[in-house]
Design a protein around this ligand. Structure first.
Ligand code: SF4
Length: 462
């Protein structure tokens, strides 16, 4: 998803558009909850699950504490393996490097497997401006690309769409039969369409799930094998990675690969977990290592842990706000709870709304395979947002008013009595037009008396 393609509307406004379709909202909610339950079954099937989480978190913490050393070790080994390594300080430099490589090979047929980093850098749009079209080859990504939309989920990019919508899109772009909603038929059509793209590919772009410092190799995980198809067909491979993807040793893959697929979809392992260590004969392999704000996040002690993320999306699937507001409401490439702590780092003003898109229930932290304290970081970001002055005047006044009431019991009791009176006598004042809390809720009947009054009465009763 790109902020360029998305309007700069806030999460609440975009979420309101999503939930206007109640049927879709319920279906989206239930589908992602089903994925969460699959994750639970897979996790509970491993007695050592919590131990794996501890190890993963510790390995990442250690790596982040010695990042420079591991990145340099990785670069040295990768170059020795014949990989051409590039460093990009930000998204613009990343895009320029990728464009430069494509131009150097005079390539016009480019295939790309799912890479959230290239989404973050808006690579497709940049290349399009240079007259180069990239074909996304992950099925979900291809669907949203044909629809000129952005992915709404980092693992399931088209999860916001129903098969009928996919059928319309394929009918329009791939000439499938109108009204044929059979997923098998639609998948076969996509397969045929993409097969041609793979055969013609001159450059294959992939992401990186894990880069191993001791070997200079890297792992790319897909369920469709599309990264492998592209890389094996094209004479040029460009892999793009955020620098936090580094892990020290190959043996650490045994921890992360077991956690990743189980956390993402409930599978024991991703169908294709491919390890690339050197270009094959006649192939050129490039690797672009990107910072794009990660150094800044590394320097923020409260938020450094967010760089442990392995992009499994378990926090998305469990989040009651994400499930019921949809990925596009986050107006960023990486949505959901992790997106809400990563994106304020890149532009606090634009993303000041995101830390508030949470109930702070802590479910995200409970499922996170690398034990990121997500809900605590959301709460900390809220404090930063308030301190930087990005909270609306109305909200600030409301909070000050609440603080005053909670600090003065007499005032609190008077306000409570007035509130109950209004709810009884003038319920229209609290109607949905005036009170956003009512929009999606049936409010309970107001109590006749406060808890305090009830309690005092009980005490008097013998
Ligand atoms: S924060 Fe944790 S749960 Fe969320 S995507 Fe990253 S690794 Fe997965």
């Amino acid at each position: 998803m790109t902020t360029d393609r998305m309007p700069r509307e806030k999460h609440a406004v975009l979420a309101e558009k999503f939930i206007a379709n109640e049927q879709r909202t319920d279906w989206h909610d239930q589908t992602l909850w089903m994925v969460r339950q699959k994750r639970d079954r897979a996790a509970h099937g491993l007695p050592e699950w919590e131990q794996l989480r501890e190890w993963a978190s510790a390995i990442k913490a250690h790596t982040l504490s010695q990042l420079e050393q591991y990145l340099l070790e990785f670069e040295e080994r990768a170059i020795a393996n014949g990989i051409r390594v590039h460093w990009a300080a930000d998204a613009a430099e990343h895009n320029r490097i990728v464009h430069g490589i494509i131009s150097q090979h005079s390539a016009t047929h480019i295939v790309k497997s799912k890479s959230m980093l290239t989404e973050e850098c808006h690579l497709n749009e940049y290349l399009l401006q240079q007259g180069i079209t990239v074909v996304d080859t992950d099925l979900g990504e291809r669907i949203v690309q044909l629809r000129k939309e952005s992915p709404s989920h980092i693992v399931l990019p088209a999860i916001h769409l129903k098969k009928e919508e996919v059928s319309h899109t394929f009918h329009e772009h791939l000439q499938t039969k109108k009204g044929n909603y059979d997923p098998q038929y639609l998948t076969a059509a996509a397969r045929e369409h993409l097969r041609e793209k793979f055969i013609d590919a001159e450059v294959a772009i992939t992401g990186v799930n894990f880069a191993v410092a001791e070997t200079g190799g890297f792992v790319v995980c897909t369920n469709e094998g599309n990264a492998d198809m592209g890389v094996h067909a094209a004479p040029v491979h460009i892999a793009c990675m955020g620098f936090e993807k580094i892990i020290p040793k190959a043996q650490h893959l045994s921890v992360f690969l077991r956690l990743l697929a189980r956390s993402a979809t409930g599978q024991p392992i991703t169908t294709y977990s491919s390890y690339y260590s050197r270009p094959r004969t006649g192939q050129v392999m490039h690797l672009v290592i990107v910072d794009n704000g990660r150094s800044r996040q590394l320097g923020r002690s409260d938020f450094r842990n967010s760089l442990k993320c392995i992009r499994c999306a378990a926090c998305f699937n469990t989040c009651p706000v994400y499930r019921r507001s949809g990925g596009h409401s986050y107006h960023t490439a990486v949505a959901g709870p992790i997106g809400s702590i990563l994106n304020p780092n890149t532009d606090l003003k634009v993303h000041a709304d995101l830390p508030f898109a949470s109930t702070l229930c802590g479910s995200c932290s409970n499922v996170c395979p690398v034990k990121i304290d997500i809900h605590e970081q959301l709460w900390k970001w809220r404090q930063v947002v308030a301190a930087e002055g990005y909270v609306s005047g109305g909200k600030k006044m409301g909070m000050k008013g609440m603080a005053l009431l909670f600090a003065h019991p007499v005032l609190y009791r008077i306000a409570g009595g007035m509130g109950r009176w209004v709810m009884h006598k003038l319920p229209g004042l609290l109607h949905r037009r005036y009170n956003p809390w009512y929009k999606q809720r049936e409010m309970p009947a107001p109590p006749a008396k406060s808890f305090r009054n009830w309690y005092l009465q009980q005490k008097k009763t013998p």
